[in-house]
Design a protein around this ligand. Structure first.
Ligand SMILES: C[S@@+](CC[C@H](N)C(=O)[O-])C[C@H]1O[C@@H](n2cnc3c(N)ncnc32)[C@H](O)[C@@H]1O
Length: 344
C-alpha cells in the first residue's frame, strides 16, 4: 500500500492534513521507520496528482505493507449499567476536549450520571475525566459543568491542526465542534494581512491563523479576564508572542484603535451589537467573518437587515460565502457569513 513517509515530529500535523483532504486510509495502522525518526501514514488508493502538494513539501511516497487496525471502538451505551427502560434517554454523542469528555444529560438519567461517566471512561482509555455539560451561559459564554466520573479537574490540553490549547472548560468558552469552521476561515486568511479576533476566547482562531499563515499581525480581544489568561498562555505555547497582541476589554473599545484587513466576529448571539464598531476597525476594504444564531425561518431577513446596516455606512458589501455551521436548536441555526466590504 502507498504510504507517506514523514518525520515523526510532523506526523500529527500531516495526518490531520491528510484527514482533512480525505486521503488517509483510516483502517490502516500507522507504523514507525526502523530508525524511529519517521512515520508511515497509509494512503487511500489515489492518483499521484492528489499527492503532489505533499511531495512538494518534501515528503516521500513509498510502497509498504500496512496492518489493518482491529476494531476496538465500543459504544458507551452498550457498557453502561442502567435500567433497560432508561437507555432510550442516553445521548448518542458527547464532546471530547483533550482528556475531558463533556456530556449533556436529560433529567431522567439523574441518578445514573456516575454510571454513565464510568462507561464513557471505559470506552476511551485516553480520557481522564467526564463532566456533565449544563450549557453555556452569560456574557462570557461560560460552560457550567459538574464532575461525574474520573479525576476531578476542568483543565486540559486540546490539540487541533498541530496547535495546542490549554483550556479550563469551566472558565473559558471552547467548542471542539467548531474545528471545521475554524479551519475554513484559517484557509481564507492571506499573507501580510492584519487580523482582528474580536471575541477570541482561549484563542483557537488566533492561534490557528498565527501558526498557519504568515500574517502581519493579529489583535485578539476578550472581555473575560480568565479567557485572556488562557489566550495569552496559548499564544506563548504556540510561539506566537511577536505576532499577536492580546487585550482584555470590550471589543467595541479596542476596535476604535485599530485598522485591519480581516475581522472574526464569533459572538453569535449578539454580533449585531458589534457590527458598527467592527466596520470602523476595517481598512478601506476587507473581510468580516460574521457569525449569528437565530430562527432558521428568519435568517434571510436578518441577513438583509445586516447588509442594509452596512450599506448605510457607505460601504459596498458582497456575501462571498455563507454556511450553516450547525443546528443550534429545533428551530434555530448558527450561520457564518463571509462579508467582503469596500468603501464606496
Ligand atoms: C462564543 S465565545 C468565542 C470564543 C472563541 N472565538 C472560540 O471560538 O472559542 C465568545 C467570547 O466573546 C467574549 N466576549 C463577550 N462580550 C465581549 C465583548 N464585549 N468584548 C470582547 N469579548 C467579549 C466572551 O467572553 C467569549 O469568550
Amino acid at each position: 500500500m502507498k504510504c507517506l513517509k514523514v518525520p515523526k515530529k510532523e506526523g500529527e500535523e500531516v495526518r490531520n492534513k491528510l484527514l482533512e483532504e480525505d486521503l488517509l486510509y483510516k483502517k490502516g495502522k500507522i507504523s514507525s521507520s526502523d530508525d524511529d525518526q519517521g512515520l508511515f501514514l497509509p494512503l487511500k488508493d489515489i492518483g499521484e496528482k492528489e499527492l503532489e502538494k505533499f511531495k512538494e513539501m518534501g515528503y516521500e511516497v513509498v510502497e509498504k505493507e500496512v496492518e489493518e487496525r482491529e476494531r476496538i471502538e465500543r459504544n458507551y451505551e452498550d457498557l453502561v449499567d442502567i435500567p433497560e427502560e432508561l437507555k432510550t434517554y442516553l445521548p448518542s454523542s458527547y464532546d471530547i476536549v483533550g482528556d475531558i469528555a463533556l456530556i449533556k444529560l436529560p433529567e431522567e438519567l439523574g441518578s445514573y450520571k456516575g454510571n454513565i461517566g464510568e462507561a464513557i471512561l471505559e470506552t476511551h482509555k485516553n480520557l481522564e475525566t467526564v463532566l456533565e455539560d449544563r450549557g453555556v451561559h452569560g456574557k462570557f459564554r461560560i460552560r457550567e459543568v459538574r464532575h461525574i466520573a474520573g479525576k476531578e479537574k476542568t483543565v486540559t490540553v486540546y490539540r487541533e491542526h498541530g496547535a495546542e490549547f490549554e483550556i479550563d472548560v469551566s472558565e473559558v468558552y471552547f467548542s471542539p465542534r467548531l474545528a471545521t469552521e475554524r479551519w475554513r476561515v484559517v484557509k481564507k486568511v492571506k499573507e501580510d494581512e492584519t487580523v482582528f479576533d474580536m471575541f477570541a476566547g482561549a484563542g483557537p482562531y488566533t492561534v490557528l491563523i498565527g501558526r498557519e499563515v504568515d500574517v502581519d499581525h493579529i489583535y485578539s480581544v476578550d472581555l473575560n479576564p480568565k479567557a485572556v489568561k488562557f489566550l495569552m498562555k496559548n499564544v506563548e505555547r504556540n510561539d506566537l508572542g511577536t505576532k499577536v497582541t492580546t487585550y482584555e476589554g470590550d471589543a467595541r473599545k479596542i476596535a476604535e484603535r485599530l485598522k485591519v484587513d480581516r475581522i472574526i466576529m464569533n459572538l453569535p448571539h449578539s454580533s449585531e451589537e458589534f457590527i458598527r464598531p467592527a466596520l470602523k476597525a476595517l481598512d478601506d476594504k476587507g473581510m468580516i467573518h460574521y457569525y449569528e444564531i437565530g430562527e432558521e425561518s428568519e435568517k434571510e431577513e436578518r441577513l438583509q437587515k445586516l447588509l442594509s446596516e452596512i450599506r448605510e455606512e457607505n460601504l459596498e458589501v458582497d456575501v462571498k460565502e455563507e454556511r450553516e455551521v450547525r443546528t443550534y436548536s429545533a428551530t434555530q441555526v448558527q450561520m457564518a457569513y463571509d462579508l467582503y466590504l469596500e468603501k464606496t
